[in-house]
Design a protein around this ligand. Structure first.
Ligand code: F6R
Length: 608
């Protein structure tokens, strides 16, 4: 998954292309490149690694063209080298691509047999050669692109720039998002509205199979059959997006600290704070009274949020739930039998596997609800009911504030469902929403533990492996804590249900193994303590996250203990997530890794 941008203008575009790529870097940062027409001639600059390398190259060797395309890459086919960096060129065109062309091998073989010489290992270059072949056969650019799109299998959004064509940019999409934006005497295309936000707020999203032809004064859109179509204008809210770390060293730290505020905003969407009653945001309705079963699906951190969501919905609304990681759900062909609602969780709203699962569930006739942070995303647009998290833009690749906002939304949703089904009385609803209203205060108290957690991270930073254990609501948190640690510090970490330890992982315990135990003094506390004793008996180095009662009840000095405030059970996943995020953050800082852009990752995973 990559980010793409294109501008057709009367002014030089290189600076703005780079500026837009900066806002798209969350989609990948293995290499970057731009191409413009210099006196009508296709010219490109590319650089391996982060965008800053391309910026340096452009400083030494600038481009002045008034039409251009740009790309920031997350490598799929071919290593992260300059040769594999986009734009790719063949004859009279340059292209940038987000997605995967699944039949590229056979296309490449066909083209090579036809005399094409490839410069890269990418799937993308096949598209450039295919279009170039059509141009050589005499087709005009638009017809050449159209002739090729039908031959491509897989997912793509593409932008094309043609030699000698100062007033023509072509974009196309299937499976990957692409937006076009209108300026005055200049037009734009890009992977999302955020990329276009400084240039225009008049944005249209292309639909599946659409192709767009951009000129200085016009944008024409054609559907997959080549018929002209009009897509609705969406006024972009992207202008609010401001890339600034404030006083923090990293975006991740800033986003951890934003949690009290964004949790309160998100809660306000789901709970009327004057009456204490839950609601479905933005005047939407979602009737849970007759829902027999819910299928939940998501990826990564969103999956762990969905797992907490399952626990919430089963406990507070007594609705049976199924849960799958989206990359399995979409292919498992599970009989959906008595499932009446499919519920997806996604920060970006663009994750390819989650989107494909949504489409699968829709095809099976299910009603679709999604907990989404980016309100203009494809998942939001394709859902029947959008359950917005109001976390604001999350820049750090490791998800923090979006996760806790997902949890508070799911908690409120479960209460709402419980009321609709008559398993939660109006009094209990008030009691639970009063508890949720304590989240911002408790989140602030959790943030105040930073120094304690930082001190513990110094030892963690010397380790190669770690285990995270929890039961009940704390089990998904154990997995989320382990994911945070591994993705930004590169320490191998596993999250386990504490009761599973004795079924295998306990073999790993020795005096070099740190074991993080998440154990608020809840109904599972004593059981988790037994599992902790089993670790201690084998010399494991324990870090315990608990409350005052838990600290008193853990009964020994075998652990380094972080004491969180007391809180109702429904809040523990939300609040305990915060010190786990800080543990991963400070460990990574000690180790000197790239916290906001860890190796091999991207913020938005728009390929399978
Ligand atoms: C981990 C992380 C990823 C995402 C996953 C799904 O910190 O951020 O695991 O949670 O890629 O992304 P979304 O939520 O955008 O669908």
């Amino acid at each position: 998954m990559c980010g793409i941008i294109g501008i057709v203008s009367h002014e030089p575009v290189a600076g703005r292309l780079v500026d837009a790529l900066k806002r798209l870097e969350y989609r990948g940062y293995d290499s970057a490149g731009i191409a413009t027409l210099e006196d009508g001639v296709l010219t490109r600059r590319r650089a391996e690694g982060k965008l800053v390398n391309l910026q340096r190259r452009l400083e030494g060797d600038p481009l002045s063209g008034t039409i251009g395309i740009g790309h920031t890459r997350w490598a799929t086919h071919g290593a992260a080298t300059e040769a594999n960096a986009h734009p790719h060129m063949a004859g009279k065109l340059a292209i940038v691509h987000n997605g995967i062309i699944e039949n590229y091998r056979e296309l490449r073989a066909e083209l090579e047999a036809d005399g094409a010489v490839f410069e890269s290992q990418t799937d993308t270059e096949t598209v450039a050669h295919l279009v170039n072949r059509e141009l050589r056969r005499g087709l005009a650019p638009k017809e050449a692109v159209m002739a090729v799109l039908g031959r491509l299998e897989g997912a793509f959004s593409l932008a094309f720039l043609f030699d000698g064509e100062e007033n023509l940019l072509i974009g196309a999409r299937r499976g990957s998002p692409l937006a076009v934006g209108e300026g005055e005497g200049e037009m734009f295309l890009g992977s999302d509205a955020i990329a276009l936000s400084p240039f225009t707020d008049i944005v249209r999203y292309l639909e599946e199979g659409d192709m767009a032809v951009l000129r200085h004064a016009t944008i024409e859109i054609f559907d997959e059959h080549g018929n002209p179509v009009i897509r609705p204008v969406r006024r972009s809210t992207g202008k609010a997006f401001y890339v600034d770390k404030g006083n923090h060293r990293h975006f991740m730290q800033k986003e951890i600290y934003e949690q009290p505020e964004v949790l309160s905003h998100t809660l306000g969407a789901f709970v009327d704070m004057t009456t204490g009653r839950t609601r479905i945001p933005n005047g939407q309705t979602l009737d849970f009274s007759n829902v027999r079963r819910i299928a939940l699906s998501a990826c990564g951190t969103g999956y762990y949020a969905a797992l907490v969501g399952r626990y919430y919905l089963e406990r507070y609304a007594r609705i049976p739930c199924d849960l799958d990681v989206a990359s399995e759900f979409r292919y498992r062909e599970s009989p959906l039998g008595d499932v009446d609602l499919a519920l997806f969780v996604s920060q970006s709203g663009e994750t390819a596997d989650t989107l494909a699962s949504l489409r699968y569930a829709k095809g099976e006739g299910l009603r679709i609800a999604s907990v989404v942070n980016v309100q203009e995303s494809t998942i939001a647009r394709e859902s029947d009911v959008v359950l917005p998290t109001l976390a604001g833009p999350e820049i750090g690749v490791a998800s923090t504030k979006a996760f806790t906002c997902q949890l508070i939304s799911l908690a409120a949703l479960a209460i709402h469902a419980g009321v609709a089904r008559g398993v939660i009385s109006p009094e209990r609803e008030l009691e639970l929403t009063r508890s949720l209203a304590e989240v911002p205060r408790l989140a602030n108290e959790a943030l105040a533990l930073e120094d304690t957690v930082e001190a513990l991270s110094r030892e963690m930073a010397t380790k190669r492996h770690a285990l995270f254990l929890g039961r009940g609501f704390s089990y998904p948190l154990a997995m989320e804590g382990a994911l945070k640690l591994k993705e930004i510090s590169y320490i191998h970490a596993e999250g386990y249900a504490a009761g599973e330890l004795k079924h295998g992982p306990i073999a790993l315990i020795d005096d070099t193994m740190p074991v993080v135990v998440i154990a608020p003094h809840d109904r599972s506390f004593e059981k988790t303590m037994s599992n902790m004793q089993e670790v201690a008996a084998r010399g494991g180095r324990i870090i315990l996250f608990t409350d005052a009662k838990g600290a008193a009840g853990s009964g020994s000095d075998m652990a380094s203990t972080v004491v969180l405030p007391d809180m109702p059970e429904i809040l523990t996943p939300i609040i305990y997530a915060i010190p786990l995020q800080m543990l991963a953050y400070h460990t990574a800082v000690q180790m000197g890794t790239d916290v906001d852009q860890p190796r091999n990752l991207a913020k938005s995973v728009t390929v399978e």
